[in-house]
Design a protein around this ligand. Structure first.
Ligand code: ZN
Ligand code: ZN
Length: 1004
């Protein structure tokens, strides 16, 4: 019998009668805190904020107050205002049901309700006859090839999605696919490539509406490991509807004598069977590696009756090895009842009509005959069938070719089991081209005569078309304005050497004559299933092509002054470049050319800029260039902002990740939100992004909120894959303790090839007290020292949070004494890794956000210049998520660059306080009071879709971060002066946005 296991994970704290154990309490807190950026429970809310949110109606949706810093453009369109008012007056529920695009209410912190959420599944009334139905390719990862594409099976009243790789949520936001309407999700495999987007998605759904939403998620047995891993940071309540099916790889191991269980794995497992559709799963296993593979011929095993041999072979399976073929069979539509025919056969109108319609034969009233349904009903229309086939590698081919459960779907199949032969209308192939272009696979495809084949696996030609058009558009515009800071256009061509992809079969087109209809998938391509008259392909919603040149042309016609701005910006670099240190005689020549509200350059500003151009005057007017930048080269360090948004990925900003390129000395990653790999590919191209992943010295994670670490597994799994067979060390992951739980659980599914080091052991105090005494000293102990000391038991004692506060108790809770036996080798390794990377020190700094939240200080080693002078190393500080705090001020003392979160605009201090974030001004103040040379702001609330609101008066040393912005250490002096021009780029922002929205509204 097929096994269906529902993993029901109900939160014990839901029943108030039951006392919570200490650990349950801790978990409940981490539950709340893990949703801190998402949705929150009342327990987490500081007392003083209660009044703020209960009186939120006195604010408008931006929390705007009269005379605040909103730029003119917000009011540029009266139509837009109307549209917004309409939106606001619709009430929260409807607004949020419009899709998981952006939960404004949550982002504003107005979603806190005291009562626990229910996270109900949707109940729908189904109608098989009049529904519209199609399968649609959601080309997530089609351009970057970092995730598997998803497929949407759409019905009026039900929606199913197959696979949820990283970025699915962002993709759906972009293309107005309403995730809130999805009922079931299915995984073709359980790995980061196909399921990496799931954690973020569950959290988003849980945050929708008053009660939150949930979705049924189905995966092969190994899905339980994935669920287990997610439990370390996702509340159980958000995952109640996860189901795994089929025997587990463990079962195979433990129970290899139970041959019946093994056989059952080859039967289709029916998952959904309602009036409209039946969805069943057929499991697919790889050929067995290692010694098994040498001894056994898999095809023969699968066909043989030697069940013992089968089970032995299966026992070598690893979790994550199982792939699933899904068969979606729409129910047939019964033919119409013809009363004239019934009359002619001597039947009176009455209950017998209904019997016939229900498929039963009845006796005629007037004649002595039996009347059968076929006598009075028009012929029924068979339900269309779609198959989704994920054959991830050639190792699965043999079993695919011999799977008996596929027999009914093949044309000309000799029916031996009395099962009806089924006619498949469409087969969507999710496997990579390297598999689907093999002769074996092609000939297997021919078994489905008459079916439309859609090849949706990765193909090199797809990389030219950006999937996230909105962000590609902004990237292109920024690139036009300032290619130094924005080196990528958001597009690349196949010819580009850095985007060369290893695709061994891409050039060898199938030489055998193609019998079946085969088409390459395109993003949003549909295959219609109902109504029957429309059966077939539909390309009408495939996005029109978009080119970087087109976007620039559009920009120039929209903002003509941008061409001058671009020229002026390029002139800013005259005074920088490889040699930073120069006189600043012309300082007074250029005022900061801040734009006015209307972003029109003042005449004096224009004049001075024209002088810059005509006279070629160096504009480097920094007299305060820190000595560490002396003679710095462009191959020293570059900060690449991969994600600059908070909470959840949005159209324009991905979630947190900072890639620090140390060039020949490797690289580091500070935070790794969902989609980090995709962003790396967008920044560096296919191949170079892989190299960037291979070059990682370490990954540092600030805290356990989903917007900071859910891209980690994908990066680690890819790195392990890329370095297979190459001598290397496991990568060091430095993060909060809870992250280890996630990584340990996840490693059962995929090889992550890493070593974990708790952030707490990398604080200055910890280094000082433990590593120092064990001969690992050499770090600069003054950093952050005043925050923590080790107590007698070897615990780091907190002096940062107020005594008795929840934060403090969580900080102290890990009472396990420092395990020096494990820690010292890891710290020694860190030391080695730092040295190799040309770094002198790394410290984690406890910050004020959630339990175990950290900032980080990275300091470069000193160097010697051409004339033998010793030059100090640069110092970079990243705040993670935090309130402005003394710990970061102390840590940022004389920093070369401080990357600080600035979730909210000025004026929203109370909100920032309530949610443990910072406002723009607060972030700038931290940097200024620490004497940081440059400040880069990031982690903007998604309420600021393109550019956050800021007050230019205070931005003298500061720049706003954008996704893909690449700040070379050699460009730091110029950095703040580019900001006004960037602002110019967004002067029409609101008008554009609203016209987009109008279009979308019309399309729906
Ligand atoms: Zn965050
Ligand atoms: Zn956070």
């Amino acid at each position: 019998m097929p096994q269906i296991t529902g993993i029901r994970l109900l939160l014990p704290s839901c029943s108030p009668a039951r006392p919570l154990s200490a650990s349950a309490n801790l978990f409940r807190f981490s539950f709340a805190s893990s949703l801190g950026c998402r949705f929150s429970l009342a327990t987490q809310r500081p007392r003083q904020s209660l009044s703020i949110f209960s009186s939120s109606s006195s604010f408008d949706w931006r929390g705007r107050r009269p005379g605040n810093f909103l730029p003119q453009r917000r009011r540029s369109s009266s139509d837009g205002d109307l549209a917004r008012e309409r939106r606001e007056s619709k009430g929260s529920t409807e607004m949020e049901l419009e899709g998981a695009t952006f939960n404004r209410k949550r982002a504003e912190g107005r979603d806190r309700s005291a009562k626990p959420r229910n996270l109900q599944l949707k109940v729908r009334k189904l109608n098989p006859v009049s529904t519209i139905c199609y399968a649609q390719i959601l080309g997530t990862g089609m351009d970057t090839q970092d995730t598997s594409p998803s497929v949407l099976l759409f019905f009026d009243k039900q929606r199913f999605i197959f696979n949820a790789g990283e970025g699915l949520q962002r993709f759906c936001t972009e293309h107005k696919i309403k995730l809130s309407k999805i009922d079931h999700m299915f995984l073709t495999r359980v790995c980061s490539e196909t399921a990496g987007g799931l954690p973020g998605l569950l959290l988003t759904l849980a945050g929708i509406g008053e009660e939150g939403m949930s979705v049924n998620i189905w995966g092969p047995s190994d899905f339980k490991y994935f669920v287990e891993a997610m439990r370390s940071f996702i509340p159980n309540a958000a995952m109640v509807h996860t189901h795994s099916f089929g025997g587990t790889t463990d079962d195979n191991r433990a129970d290899s004598s139970n041959s019946g269980a093994v056989r059952s794995l080859t039967n289709p497992i029916v998952l959904i069977d309602d009036e409209v559709v039946k969805i069943s799963a057929i499991l697919l296993h790889p050929s067995f590696s290692g010694e098994c593979a040498d001894k056994m011929d898999v095809a023969n095993i699968a066909n043989s009756d030697n069940l013992d041999l089968q089970s032995k072979a299966r026992s070598s399976l690893k979790p994550g090895d199982i792939a699933v073929i899904y068969a979606c069979e729409l129910s047939e539509i019964k033919g119409k009842f013809d009363p004239l025919k019934a009359q002619a056969l001597g039947l009176k109108p009455g209950p017998k009509y209904r019997e016939l319609q229900l498929g039963k034969s009845v006796k005629s009233d007037r004649l002595d005959i039996m009347i059968h349904p076929s006598d009075v009903l028009d012929p029924s229309i068979p339900g269309p069938i779609v198959l989704l086939v994920d054959c991830p590698s050639e190792a699965y081919l043999q079993e695919l070719l011999s799977l008996q459960s596929l027999n009914p779907y093949y044309t000309n199949f000799m029916d031996q089991s009395n099962e009806e032969s089924k006619s498949v209308n469409c087969v969507i192939h999710l496997g990579p081209a390297s598999v689907t272009k093999t002769a074996q696979y092609r000939s297997w495809m021919k078994r489905f005569a008459g079916a439309q084949h859609i090849m949706a696996g990765h193909e090199i030609k797809n990389i030219q078309i950006p999937i996230l058009r909105s962000s590609a558009r902004i990237t292109s515009r920024l690139n036009y304005l300032c290619p130094r800071l924005f080196p990528t256009q958001g597009f690349w061509s196949v010819q580009h050497p850095s985007s060369f992809l290893q695709d061994s079969n891409a050039s060898t087109e199938d030489s055998s004559p193609i019998v079946c209809e085969t088409i390459s998938a395109e993003n949003l391509l549909k295959f219609h299933l109902r109504p029957y008259s429309q059966l077939g392909l539909d390309r009408s919603v495939i996005p029109s092509s978009l080119t970087a040149e087109g976007i620039v042309d559009e920009l120039i016609s929209e903002i003509p002054e941008i061409t001058d701005a671009s020229r002026i910006v390029s002139q800013l670099w005259c005074g920088s470049g490889d040699s930073m240190h120069r006189s600043s005689a012309n300082d007074n020549m250029i005022e900061e050319p801040w734009m006015t509200e209307n972003a029109v350059m003042s005449d004096s500003c224009k004049m001075s800029q024209q002088r810059v151009i005509s006279e070629g005057i160096h504009v480097d007017h920094d007299s305060d260039v820190p000595s560490c930048l002396e003679d710095i080269t462009r191959e020293d360090m570059e900060i690449v902002l991969l994600g600059t948004g908070s909470s959840q990925p949005s159209k324009y900003r991905n979630v947190s990740s900072v890639y620090v390129n140390l060039f020949s000395r490797g690289s580091l990653l500070l935070d790794c939100g969902e989609g980090t790999l995709g962003q790396l590919k967008r920044r560096f191209g296919m191949k170079d992004a892989d190299d960037a992943v291979k070059a990682l010295n370490f990954i540092w994670i600030s805290h356990i909120h989903a917007d900071h670490h859910t891209g980690l597994a994908r990066i680690l799994a890819l790195r392990a894959e890329l370095l297979k067979g190459v001598p290397h060390e496991p990568v060091l992951v430095i993060g909060p303790r809870l992250l280890k739980r996630f990584l340990d659980a996840y490693s059962r599914l995929e090889d992550l090839d890493m070593q974990f080091l708790d952030c707490r052991y990398t604080t200055a105090a910890s280094f000082d007290a433990v590593a120092g005494s064990l001969g690992l000293g050499g770090n600069t102990p003054e950093l952050g020292k005043n925050n923590n000391k080790l107590d007698g038991a070897g615990r780091v004692e907190n002096t940062l949070f107020s005594k008795g506060s929840r934060m403090e108790s969580c900080w102290k809770r890990p009472a396990s004494p420092v395990d020096t036996a494990t820690m010292v080798p890891l710290l020694a390794k860190l030391k080695r890794v730092l040295h190799r990377a040309g770094l002198d020190a790394l410290f984690s700094v406890p910050v004020v956000h959630c339990p175990q939240a950290f900032g980080v200080v990275v300091k470069a080693a000193e160097r010697t210049n051409r004339v033998g002078k010793t030059i100090p190393g640069w110092k970079m500080v990243y705040s993670g998520d935090t309130r402005p705090c003394q710990a970061i001020v102390d840590a940022s003392r004389d920093a070369t660059v401080l990357i600080h979160e600035a979730t909210f605009e000025d004026g929203l201090e109370e909100e920032a306080l309530a949610r443990n974030h910072s406002t723009t001004m607060e972030a700038v103040n931290v940097g200024t009071s620490a004497g940081a040379y440059r400040i880069i702001l990031t982690h903007f609330s998604q309420r600021y879709p393109k550019i956050p609101v800021f007050d230019e008066k205070h931005m003298k040393n500061t720049c706003i971060g954008f996704d893909m912005m690449s700040v070379n250490v050699a460009d730091l002096s110029v950095l703040p002066r580019v900001l006004p021009y960037i602002r110019l780029l967004f002067k029409n922002e609101m008008a554009l946005d609203e016209s987009e929205e109008a279009l979308v509204a019309a399309a729906n």
